[in-house]
Design a protein around this ligand. Structure first.
Ligand SMILES: [Zn+2]
Ligand SMILES: [Zn+2]
Length: 302
């Protein structure tokens, strides 16, 4: 299964310097997952020729406008596109009420079902578990209830090594037994699943952490993951102000990536005071070498 992440918006509160507020599209196999939906998200789908109709799940980190103001427009456009497939929206407590009040005030008549799942932003738990992936929420520290999300692809079924099938001339019944983790008796001893099976594909993992003050303890939750997106609103000369405002610095994002031993770090959500984001990247690179800025329109393979 392929997994990729496309950045649609990665600026902080104000749209500025050609950058949009937060939104990302995570694709895991056939699942198209929208993460946050800042103002203008549907225009970004059009710009990058992505399909709004394929979105099956929408995860919202918190109810600040730069993460959610694009959602009413996105959802009502799906009505005009005659969507009938249900959609799942996951977000902190209050998202259902917020959206229903907007739908009522604007007389929106839906052609499809919306299932809301509201999260407890104080504690981590598995909030979604389907055949392809699981999602755990990550409690974050911000001005209002906020959580990140940890997506983990599920391991796929193991395959039999082709050379083993040939060597032993395995029949379909024997192959099924091995795939069910059972030993099989051969003329010269037994053949074990460990010897015969292999995993073609390593399941990928991705964590989205925005918005938040620096939380060193997060590193335990996201240990060894493939890709981490962490906000880096400020440079380290604003460390105190960042904490007061419920945000992090580029150094703090990098320190977390290092402590969690993640493979790659994407930073985003820069304050609009930074027209050029390179100083944020440079600061992060001093601590964690595999850092990139989450530029809009860029796709990262997991
Ligand atoms: Zn924000
Ligand atoms: Zn916020």
């Amino acid at each position: 299964m392929n997994a990729s992440l496309t950045i649609l918006g990665s600026n902080s509160a104000l749209p500025a310097h050609g950058r949009h507020p937060s939104a990302q599209l995570l694709i895991i196999g056939k699942n198209h997952i929208l993460i946050d939906c800042g103002e203008g998200t549907q225009f970004q789908f059009n710009k990058y020729r992505l399909s709004k109709m394929k979105v099956s799940h929408i995860f919202i980190s918190h109810l600040h406008g730069d993460h959610v103001f694009g959602l009413p427009g996105f959802l009502t456009s799906l009505i005009l596109l005659s969507r009938t497939e249900p959609i799942i929206i996951i977000g902190p407590v209050g998202i259902k009420r917020m959206m229903e009040q907007i739908f009522e005030a604007t007389s929106a008549h839906f052609t499809y079902e919306i299932d809301f799942i509201e999260t407890d932003t104080e504690k981590s738990s598995i909030i979604l578990d389907n055949e392809n992936f699981t999602v755990e929420n990550i409690p974050l520290k911000h001005k209002i209830p906020c959580n990140g999300y940890l997506f983990r692809e599920k391991p796929r079924q193991k395959n039999i090594r082709p050379e083993i099938i040939e060597k032993y001339g395995l029949n379909p019944v024997q192959i099924i037994s091995l795939k069910n983790n059972e030993k099989i008796q051969m003329d010269k001893g037994e053949l074990t699943p460990e010897e015969a099976l292999y995993i073609k594909h390593t399941p990928k993992s991705y964590a989205y952490c925005s918005d938040t003050s620096y939380l060193p303890g997060l590193s335990e939750l996201i240990q060894d993951i493939d890709l981490l997106y962490h906000e880096a609103t400020y440079l380290k000369d604003f460390t105190i102000k960042a904490a007061e405002r419920g945000h992090s610095t580029a150094s703090q994002a990098a320190q977390l990536a290092k402590d969690a031993n993640v493979k790659k770090l994407l930073i985003g959500h820069p304050s609009s005071k930074y027209a050029d984001v390179q100083p944020l990247v440079d600061e992060s690179l001093e601590i964690f070498s595999n850092t990139e800025f989450a530029f809009e329109g860029k796709t990262f393979e997991l």
